[in-house]
Design a protein around this ligand. Sequence first.
Ligand SMILES: Nc1ncnc2c1ncn2[C@@H]1O[C@H](COP(=O)(O)OP(=O)(O)OP(=O)(O)O)[C@@H](O)[C@H]1O
Ligand SMILES: [Mg+2]
Length: 258
Amino acid sequence: MPTKVFAVANQKGGVGKTTTAVNLAACLAALGRRVLLFDLDPQANATSGLGLEKAEGASAYRVLLGEGTLSEKIKPTAFDRLQVIPSEVDLCGADFELARAEHHLQRVRSALGPIIESTQFDLVLIDCPPSLGVLTLNAFAAAGGVLVPLQCEYYALEGISMLNRVMAQLHDNGVNPALELTGVVMTMYDGRTRLSQQVVSEVREHFGERVFETMIPRSTRLAEAPSFGKPIIHYDKYSAGSAAYELLAQEFLQRIGP
Ligand SMILES: Nc1ncnc2c1ncn2[C@@H]1O[C@H](COP(=O)(O)OP(=O)(O)OP(=O)(O)O)[C@@H](O)[C@H]1O
Ligand SMILES: [Mg+2]
């Protein structure tokens, strides 16, 4: 089976990208998939959320500039079948440094090449920073699909047309003609409020079946888990947040096919 690569992206900050990347990755690993979580955000929240210390030189930064290989950067986690390419603050420099480099949008794709060829992973999830800068564009160039978390809040759809346009551009100008919108995940859903319900119906009108049936509830357990360095299924398996990400993982696998 070829390795499939997905970017978890939304240029809006704080919408649940990292929470979704970490928890979906952990649930997919628990379902038996071999998963690589690639932290491409200089904030390194996915790295710490999986219990790894930020370490100097541990990120993909040097590799993206042409030094060494990405395989050397892969670290195990405390969880079976789940490995990670950590991030650290040096990735901040990538936007600036890569913008001047040759083939600057294909750096992540090229670096991931040997890892994909080795078929040591079933799935690679890339946690993107909150921007449509060079790092996110690199993730889009490397991915087969994009997963967009949307927070159940006013202005949830704000900026989505820009994201759509960028994806269409990469499609049309040949950077990644295979790029697809895999799905939209509604996050921080609160069924007791009309607002959440309104936002969901508006988003469903816009994206139709691309919206996952599974919605992620607002849950303090989900917000606490990263401070223990654990995905929710390992922090509080019987919580609503854990159940939601387990369902999302199943729905995700169904959607992407064998
Ligand atoms: N379902 C949820 N319920 C409650 N809190 C949540 C939920 N999802 C995310 N959060 C919290 O909201 C904040 C933002 O989430 P997260 O870091 O996943 O967003 P992000 O899109 O990755 O942010 P950034 O754009 O900064 O990378 C975090 O404090 C996180 O713990
Ligand atoms: Mg994040």
